[in-house]
Design a protein around this ligand. Structure first.
Ligand SMILES: Nc1ncnc2c1ncn2[C@@H]1O[C@H](COP(=O)(O)OP(=O)(O)OP(=O)(O)O)[C@@H](O)[C@H]1O
Ligand SMILES: [Mg+2]
Length: 298
Protein backbone atom coordinates (compact mmCIF):
# COMPACT_ATOMS: atom_id res chain seq x y z
CA UNK A 1 0.00 0.00 0.00
CA UNK A 2 1.35 3.39 -0.94
CA UNK A 3 1.59 5.76 1.97
CA UNK A 4 -0.41 8.88 1.15
CA UNK A 5 0.93 12.29 1.96
CA UNK A 6 -1.56 14.50 3.76
CA UNK A 7 -0.09 17.70 2.38
CA UNK A 8 -2.29 19.13 -0.34
CA UNK A 9 -0.74 19.05 -3.79
CA UNK A 10 -1.44 22.75 -4.20
CA UNK A 11 0.88 23.70 -1.31
CA UNK A 12 2.69 26.68 -2.82
CA UNK A 13 5.85 26.14 -0.76
CA UNK A 14 6.42 22.45 -1.31
CA UNK A 15 7.57 19.68 -3.56
CA UNK A 16 4.84 17.06 -3.34
CA UNK A 17 5.55 13.62 -4.79
CA UNK A 18 2.48 11.44 -5.10
CA UNK A 19 2.61 7.68 -5.70
CA UNK A 20 5.49 8.05 -8.11
CA UNK A 21 6.33 5.06 -10.27
CA UNK A 22 9.34 5.35 -12.57
CA UNK A 23 10.87 3.00 -15.14
CA UNK A 24 13.75 3.33 -17.60
CA UNK A 25 12.45 4.95 -20.80
CA UNK A 26 14.04 2.06 -22.71
CA UNK A 27 12.17 -0.54 -20.65
CA UNK A 28 8.94 1.01 -19.31
CA UNK A 29 7.60 -2.28 -17.91
CA UNK A 30 10.48 -2.63 -15.45
CA UNK A 31 9.65 -0.19 -12.67
CA UNK A 32 12.52 1.04 -10.50
CA UNK A 33 10.41 3.30 -8.29
CA UNK A 34 7.34 1.59 -7.00
CA UNK A 35 5.15 4.30 -5.45
CA UNK A 36 7.07 7.10 -3.73
CA UNK A 37 5.14 9.55 -1.55
CA UNK A 38 7.21 12.40 -0.20
CA UNK A 39 6.71 16.06 0.63
CA UNK A 40 9.56 18.50 1.03
CA UNK A 41 8.61 22.03 2.03
CA UNK A 42 10.83 25.01 1.36
CA UNK A 43 13.10 25.50 4.38
CA UNK A 44 13.27 21.76 5.13
CA UNK A 45 16.11 19.27 4.68
CA UNK A 46 15.16 15.65 3.98
CA UNK A 47 17.84 12.97 3.90
CA UNK A 48 17.26 9.93 1.70
CA UNK A 49 19.30 6.86 2.48
CA UNK A 50 19.10 3.28 1.25
CA UNK A 51 21.14 0.39 -0.07
CA UNK A 52 22.91 0.52 -3.43
CA UNK A 53 20.41 0.09 -6.24
CA UNK A 54 17.36 1.01 -4.13
CA UNK A 55 16.42 3.85 -6.52
CA UNK A 56 17.84 7.03 -4.95
CA UNK A 57 19.48 8.36 -8.11
CA UNK A 58 16.47 7.31 -10.17
CA UNK A 59 14.30 9.44 -7.88
CA UNK A 60 16.69 12.39 -8.31
CA UNK A 61 16.66 12.01 -12.09
CA UNK A 62 12.89 11.60 -12.27
CA UNK A 63 12.38 14.78 -10.24
CA UNK A 64 14.50 16.72 -12.71
CA UNK A 65 12.90 15.07 -15.77
CA UNK A 66 15.87 13.08 -17.08
CA UNK A 67 14.87 11.72 -20.52
CA UNK A 68 16.20 8.23 -19.72
CA UNK A 69 13.41 7.76 -17.17
CA UNK A 70 9.67 7.57 -17.61
CA UNK A 71 7.07 8.36 -14.97
CA UNK A 72 4.65 5.47 -15.43
CA UNK A 73 2.26 6.51 -12.67
CA UNK A 74 1.87 9.29 -10.12
CA UNK A 75 2.69 12.96 -10.13
CA UNK A 76 5.22 15.57 -9.04
CA UNK A 77 3.98 18.97 -7.86
CA UNK A 78 6.20 21.94 -7.18
CA UNK A 79 4.66 24.98 -5.53
CA UNK A 80 1.22 23.74 -6.47
CA UNK A 81 2.06 23.21 -10.14
CA UNK A 82 2.10 19.78 -11.77
CA UNK A 83 5.63 19.49 -13.20
CA UNK A 84 5.49 15.77 -14.02
CA UNK A 85 5.71 16.42 -17.75
CA UNK A 86 7.81 19.58 -17.75
CA UNK A 87 11.18 19.60 -19.54
CA UNK A 88 14.35 19.61 -17.38
CA UNK A 89 15.26 23.18 -18.36
CA UNK A 90 11.86 24.47 -17.28
CA UNK A 91 12.15 22.63 -13.96
CA UNK A 92 15.57 24.26 -13.47
CA UNK A 93 14.08 27.66 -14.23
CA UNK A 94 11.41 26.96 -11.62
CA UNK A 95 14.23 26.59 -9.08
CA UNK A 96 14.96 22.85 -9.07
CA UNK A 97 18.60 21.82 -9.00
CA UNK A 98 20.42 18.49 -9.07
CA UNK A 99 24.00 17.95 -7.92
CA UNK A 100 25.01 14.78 -9.76
CA UNK A 101 26.40 11.65 -8.12
CA UNK A 102 28.72 11.29 -11.11
CA UNK A 103 29.29 14.70 -12.72
CA UNK A 104 30.42 14.53 -16.35
CA UNK A 105 33.18 16.57 -17.93
CA UNK A 106 32.63 19.04 -20.75
CA UNK A 107 35.94 19.50 -22.56
CA UNK A 108 36.28 22.91 -24.21
CA UNK A 109 33.85 24.72 -21.89
CA UNK A 110 35.36 26.72 -19.04
CA UNK A 111 33.85 26.64 -15.57
CA UNK A 112 33.23 30.41 -15.70
CA UNK A 113 31.40 30.35 -19.07
CA UNK A 114 29.42 27.32 -18.01
CA UNK A 115 28.27 28.97 -14.77
CA UNK A 116 27.42 32.28 -16.42
CA UNK A 117 25.40 30.57 -19.15
CA UNK A 118 23.64 28.39 -16.57
CA UNK A 119 22.86 31.40 -14.37
CA UNK A 120 21.43 33.37 -17.27
CA UNK A 121 19.35 30.40 -18.40
CA UNK A 122 18.09 29.89 -14.85
CA UNK A 123 17.05 33.54 -14.56
CA UNK A 124 15.14 33.51 -17.81
CA UNK A 125 11.46 33.67 -16.86
CA UNK A 126 9.39 30.70 -17.94
CA UNK A 127 6.73 32.72 -19.67
CA UNK A 128 8.96 34.92 -21.81
CA UNK A 129 9.48 33.87 -25.40
CA UNK A 130 12.35 34.76 -27.71
CA UNK A 131 11.65 38.47 -28.04
CA UNK A 132 12.55 40.97 -25.37
CA UNK A 133 14.68 38.91 -23.01
CA UNK A 134 18.21 37.95 -24.01
CA UNK A 135 20.12 36.23 -21.19
CA UNK A 136 23.46 36.78 -22.92
CA UNK A 137 22.86 40.54 -23.05
CA UNK A 138 23.00 42.46 -19.77
CA UNK A 139 20.92 45.26 -21.22
CA UNK A 140 18.16 42.74 -21.88
CA UNK A 141 18.10 40.80 -18.63
CA UNK A 142 21.43 38.96 -18.48
CA UNK A 143 23.99 39.37 -15.67
CA UNK A 144 26.82 41.84 -16.35
CA UNK A 145 30.37 40.50 -16.56
CA UNK A 146 31.44 42.64 -13.60
CA UNK A 147 28.61 41.45 -11.37
CA UNK A 148 29.21 37.87 -12.40
CA UNK A 149 32.96 38.04 -11.66
CA UNK A 150 32.24 39.45 -8.20
CA UNK A 151 29.72 36.69 -7.50
CA UNK A 152 32.15 34.04 -8.74
CA UNK A 153 35.06 35.33 -6.62
CA UNK A 154 32.94 35.45 -3.47
CA UNK A 155 31.55 31.96 -4.06
CA UNK A 156 34.97 30.45 -4.77
CA UNK A 157 36.17 31.88 -1.46
CA UNK A 158 33.19 30.57 0.48
CA UNK A 159 33.71 27.06 -0.81
CA UNK A 160 37.52 27.22 -0.51
CA UNK A 161 37.96 26.57 -4.23
CA UNK A 162 41.08 27.83 -5.98
CA UNK A 163 40.18 30.71 -8.32
CA UNK A 164 42.25 29.03 -11.05
CA UNK A 165 39.35 26.60 -11.50
CA UNK A 166 37.34 29.31 -13.26
CA UNK A 167 39.39 28.92 -16.43
CA UNK A 168 39.60 25.12 -16.40
CA UNK A 169 37.26 23.01 -18.49
CA UNK A 170 34.21 21.69 -16.65
CA UNK A 171 35.25 18.59 -14.66
CA UNK A 172 38.05 17.81 -17.11
CA UNK A 173 40.79 16.18 -15.04
CA UNK A 174 39.05 17.16 -11.78
CA UNK A 175 39.57 14.86 -8.82
CA UNK A 176 36.46 13.22 -7.34
CA UNK A 177 36.35 15.76 -4.54
CA UNK A 178 36.87 18.70 -6.91
CA UNK A 179 33.92 17.55 -9.03
CA UNK A 180 31.71 17.50 -5.94
CA UNK A 181 32.84 21.00 -4.99
CA UNK A 182 32.03 22.25 -8.48
CA UNK A 183 28.50 20.90 -8.03
CA UNK A 184 28.25 22.96 -4.82
CA UNK A 185 29.63 25.99 -6.65
CA UNK A 186 26.83 25.63 -9.20
CA UNK A 187 24.28 25.41 -6.43
CA UNK A 188 25.64 28.53 -4.73
CA UNK A 189 25.54 30.49 -8.00
CA UNK A 190 22.15 29.26 -9.21
CA UNK A 191 20.41 29.75 -5.85
CA UNK A 192 17.85 26.98 -6.29
CA UNK A 193 14.70 26.67 -4.22
CA UNK A 194 14.75 22.89 -4.25
CA UNK A 195 18.17 21.26 -4.30
CA UNK A 196 18.70 17.54 -4.75
CA UNK A 197 22.19 16.53 -3.68
CA UNK A 198 23.04 13.02 -4.84
CA UNK A 199 25.86 11.72 -2.65
CA UNK A 200 27.60 15.07 -2.59
CA UNK A 201 29.54 13.82 0.44
CA UNK A 202 30.88 10.66 -1.22
CA UNK A 203 34.55 10.80 -2.06
CA UNK A 204 35.28 13.93 -0.04
CA UNK A 205 38.15 13.91 2.43
CA UNK A 206 37.32 14.95 5.99
CA UNK A 207 38.29 18.61 5.54
CA UNK A 208 36.49 18.91 2.20
CA UNK A 209 33.39 17.33 3.73
CA UNK A 210 33.39 20.01 6.42
CA UNK A 211 33.85 22.82 3.86
CA UNK A 212 31.09 21.47 1.63
CA UNK A 213 28.74 20.83 4.57
CA UNK A 214 29.35 24.31 5.95
CA UNK A 215 28.78 25.69 2.43
CA UNK A 216 25.43 23.90 2.26
CA UNK A 217 24.54 25.14 5.74
CA UNK A 218 25.25 28.71 4.66
CA UNK A 219 22.96 28.24 1.66
CA UNK A 220 20.07 26.98 3.79
CA UNK A 221 17.29 29.53 3.99
CA UNK A 222 13.50 29.55 4.39
CA UNK A 223 13.07 29.37 0.59
CA UNK A 224 15.33 26.37 0.02
CA UNK A 225 14.18 22.78 0.33
CA UNK A 226 16.88 20.09 0.22
CA UNK A 227 16.75 16.42 -0.65
CA UNK A 228 20.07 15.06 0.52
CA UNK A 229 20.91 11.58 -0.73
CA UNK A 230 23.67 10.02 1.32
CA UNK A 231 25.08 6.74 2.57
CA UNK A 232 26.70 8.21 5.64
CA UNK A 233 25.61 9.69 8.94
CA UNK A 234 28.73 11.87 8.96
CA UNK A 235 27.36 14.72 6.78
CA UNK A 236 24.24 14.73 8.98
CA UNK A 237 26.48 15.71 11.92
CA UNK A 238 26.83 19.06 10.12
CA UNK A 239 23.45 19.35 8.42
CA UNK A 240 20.55 18.35 10.65
CA UNK A 241 17.75 16.87 8.56
CA UNK A 242 14.11 17.47 9.43
CA UNK A 243 13.42 13.93 8.31
CA UNK A 244 15.31 10.86 7.19
CA UNK A 245 13.78 8.42 4.70
CA UNK A 246 15.00 4.95 3.86
CA UNK A 247 14.49 3.68 0.34
CA UNK A 248 14.27 -0.05 -0.29
CA UNK A 249 13.48 -1.54 -3.71
CA UNK A 250 11.95 1.67 -5.00
CA UNK A 251 9.80 2.47 -1.98
CA UNK A 252 10.16 4.51 1.18
CA UNK A 253 10.20 1.75 3.77
CA UNK A 254 10.83 3.91 6.82
CA UNK A 255 10.85 7.61 7.72
CA UNK A 256 11.97 9.20 10.95
CA UNK A 257 13.99 11.95 12.55
CA UNK A 258 17.80 12.36 12.58
CA UNK A 259 18.05 9.44 15.01
CA UNK A 260 17.07 7.08 12.17
CA UNK A 261 20.37 7.81 10.38
CA UNK A 262 22.30 7.06 13.57
CA UNK A 263 20.38 3.83 14.00
CA UNK A 264 21.30 2.81 10.42
CA UNK A 265 24.95 3.58 11.05
CA UNK A 266 24.84 1.14 13.96
CA UNK A 267 22.66 -1.67 12.67
CA UNK A 268 22.77 -1.31 8.88
CA UNK A 269 19.73 -1.76 6.64
CA UNK A 270 19.08 -5.40 7.58
CA UNK A 271 16.46 -4.88 10.33
CA UNK A 272 14.54 -2.18 8.43
CA UNK A 273 14.52 -4.19 5.21
CA UNK A 274 13.39 -7.27 7.12
CA UNK A 275 10.59 -5.32 8.83
CA UNK A 276 9.44 -4.15 5.38
CA UNK A 277 9.42 -7.74 4.15
CA UNK A 278 12.51 -7.24 2.01
CA UNK A 279 15.56 -9.37 2.45
CA UNK A 280 18.93 -7.74 2.84
CA UNK A 281 21.33 -9.12 0.28
CA UNK A 282 24.95 -9.95 1.02
CA UNK A 283 26.07 -6.52 -0.16
CA UNK A 284 23.77 -4.75 2.33
CA UNK A 285 25.20 -6.87 5.12
CA UNK A 286 28.75 -6.07 4.06
CA UNK A 287 27.88 -2.36 3.94
CA UNK A 288 26.30 -2.51 7.38
CA UNK A 289 29.39 -4.21 8.73
CA UNK A 290 31.62 -1.59 7.14
CA UNK A 291 29.46 1.25 8.50
CA UNK A 292 29.49 -0.24 11.98
CA UNK A 293 33.25 -0.68 11.84
CA UNK A 294 33.77 2.91 10.63
CA UNK A 295 31.42 4.25 13.30
CA UNK A 296 33.24 2.25 15.95
CA UNK A 297 36.61 3.57 14.80
CA UNK A 298 35.48 7.20 14.72
N1 LIG B 1 18.45 3.59 -17.21
C1 LIG B 1 18.36 2.42 -16.56
N2 LIG B 1 18.07 1.28 -17.20
C2 LIG B 1 17.96 0.11 -16.53
N3 LIG B 1 18.08 -0.01 -15.21
C3 LIG B 1 18.37 1.09 -14.51
C4 LIG B 1 18.51 2.36 -15.14
N4 LIG B 1 18.78 3.27 -14.19
C5 LIG B 1 18.82 2.61 -13.02
N5 LIG B 1 18.57 1.30 -13.21
C6 LIG B 1 18.53 0.26 -12.15
O1 LIG B 1 17.63 0.69 -11.14
C7 LIG B 1 18.15 0.38 -9.85
C8 LIG B 1 18.27 1.64 -9.02
O2 LIG B 1 19.35 2.42 -9.50
P1 LIG B 1 19.78 3.80 -8.83
O3 LIG B 1 20.95 4.33 -9.57
O4 LIG B 1 18.58 4.65 -8.72
O5 LIG B 1 20.22 3.31 -7.36
P2 LIG B 1 20.84 4.11 -6.15
O6 LIG B 1 19.92 3.90 -4.99
O7 LIG B 1 21.14 5.49 -6.55
O8 LIG B 1 22.19 3.29 -5.86
P3 LIG B 1 23.66 3.80 -5.36
O9 LIG B 1 23.57 3.87 -3.87
O10 LIG B 1 24.56 2.68 -5.79
O11 LIG B 1 23.98 5.10 -6.03
C9 LIG B 1 19.47 -0.35 -10.09
O12 LIG B 1 19.22 -1.73 -10.06
C10 LIG B 1 19.88 0.10 -11.47
O13 LIG B 1 20.67 -0.87 -12.14
MG1 LIG C 1 22.85 6.60 -6.79
Amino acid sequence: MARRSRVPVNDDRALVIRDLHVAPAADPTHEILDGIDLTIRQGEVHAVMGPNGSGKTTLAYALLGHPAYKVTHGQIFWKGRDITKLSPDKRARLGLFLAFQYPTSIPGLSVASFLRTALNARKRPLDISGDGHDPSDMTRGGISMGAFRKLLTETFEQLAIDAAFATRYVNEGFSGGEKKRLEMLQMAILEPELAILDETDSGLDIDALRVVAEGINRMLNPHLGVLLITHYQRILDYITPHQVHVLGRGRIIKSGGPELARELEKSGYGPILAAAGLEADARDEAEAHEAATTAGAA
